[in-house]
Design a binder for this molecule. Structure first.
Ligand code: GLN
Length: 386
């Protein structure tokens, strides 16, 4: 008999869609990762690391050089003091960072507030920590929250809240007023906020990324998780990090020490080349993604698919409710892979409310890949079974 916890979640639908896409040779716009190379500086640094090392364990908390460069970069952006020895932990992707953060603050049966739609890992993070999620809806089309509903969730005695900003999957970028309200509640109820800010550099004008930790009083309560995956197009390197108050990081270090020991040493070394980039790199990244967004959304318009415009990140939720002949969105996505040759993620992987209304595409792909996907998608409606 295997453990009971396995009954409370399934494998990741996002990653399952990638496996099905590969099987049918579909264009994979499901799991969000680029099909283009990382910056050449990182590739060069990786070659150097292959020749010169390190090849053995790094310091468990992350290499000194990595933590110093990261602290310098994030301190400027987040406008808080970051001591590389006391406030930084390097993890195996933001996935480990989030799991580690939840395990560090939650006791069994503690409540964790999660906005719905949410990135699917958060539900599993809570279950694996024996915590109980309280879902608060983000309401389309702006995906803002109802203040009273959020307050009511805090009033249930939540130990922590998870905030994905910019949001995967809906592309919401939380504005100052919304973040101030979250901060006000977190301070009033002494609740930790675990943020997932992996799309911090993928923001579309006029929206701006505001770090929750930068708001007054929030440096002590915010556990800022992020990763290098999306910022440097290195999702396979599995490099993430946590930035938080020393007392929280000390706890996270204990969990991380026994969960994974540490992130891959040669990859940490090579990634330092990216952490040393200047502001131009990040501006260019945002520009590149805003061109991809423009191309993909214009293509969806031409095909007549309706969607919510993302303000940040690289996902778009498309509304399939008016033409989905299948019982579920999973069946729709399986059909889409097999018959149209494009993979998406069924929206039910992200929504607590099982509505089967949406599917999620990502557009972190070369222009040519996006054009081919759009051309295939233009046949979607005529191929639908009646
Ligand atoms: N963030 C990516 C997505 O939502 C997937 C990341 C992962 O699979 N670890 O598609």
């Amino acid at each position: 008999m295997l453990a009971n916890r396995l009954q409370h979640f399934s494998d990741s639908i996002i990653r399952r869609m990638t496996r099905i896409a590969n099987k049918y040779n579909a264009i994979n716009l499901s799991q969000g990762f680029p099909d283009f190379d990382p910056p050449k500086e990182l590739i060069e640094a990786l070659k150097q690391a292959a020749d010169n090392g390190p090849h053995q364990y790094e310091i468990t908390w992350g290499s000194v050089e990595f933590r110093q460069l990261l602290a310098k970069k994030q301190q400027k952006l987040m406008n808080i003091a970051i001591n590389p020895d006391e406030n930084v932990l390097v993890t195996c992707g933001s996935t480990e960072a989030m799991m580690c953060a939840v395990m560090t603050v939650c006791n069994p049966k503690d409540k964790v507030i999660i906005f719905s739609p949410f990135y699917e890992n958060y539900g599993a993070d809570a279950i694996l920590s024996d915590a109980e999620p309280i879902y608060v809806p983000l309401i389309p089309p702006t995906f803002t929250f109802d203040k009273q509903q959020l307050r009511a969730a805090f009033e249930q005695g939540a130990k922590a809240m998870i905030l994905c900003n910019p949001s995967n999957p809906c592309g919401k970028v939380f504005n100052r007023e919304e973040l101030e309200y979250i901060a006000q509640l977190a301070i009033e109820f002494n609740t930790y906020v675990i943020t997932d800010e992996v799309y911090e550099h993928i923001i579309y004008a006029p929206y701006q990324h505001i770090y929750l930790a930068s708001l007054p009083g929030m440096d002590k309560l915010t556990i800022t998780c992020s990763s290098l995956s999306k910022t440097y197009s290195i999702t396979g390197w599995r490099l993430g990090h946590i930035i938080a108050d020393k007392h929280i990081i000390d706890g996270c270090k204990m969990i991380h020490d026994f969960l994974t020991v540490g992130a891959a040493a040669p990859l940490q070394k090579a990634a330092c080349a990216g952490l040393a980039f200047n502001d131009d790199y990040y501006q260019q990244l945002a520009q590149t993604y805003s061109e991809k967004r423009k191309l993909f959304l214009a293509g969806l318009d031409d095909i007549g698919l309706s969607y919510y415009e993302p303000q940040g990140a690289y996902y778009v939720l498309v509304d399939i409710s008016s033409f989905n002949p299948f019982a579920t969105d999973i069946e729709f996505c399986e059909w889409l892979i097999k018959e149209v040759g494009v993979a998406a993620v069924p929206g039910s992987a992200f929504f607590k409310e099982k509505e089967y209304r949406y599917i999620r595409f990502h557009y972190a792909k070369k222009e040519q890949t996006l054009r081919s996907a759009l051309s295939r998608l233009s046949t979607l409606k005529e191929k639908l079974p009646c």
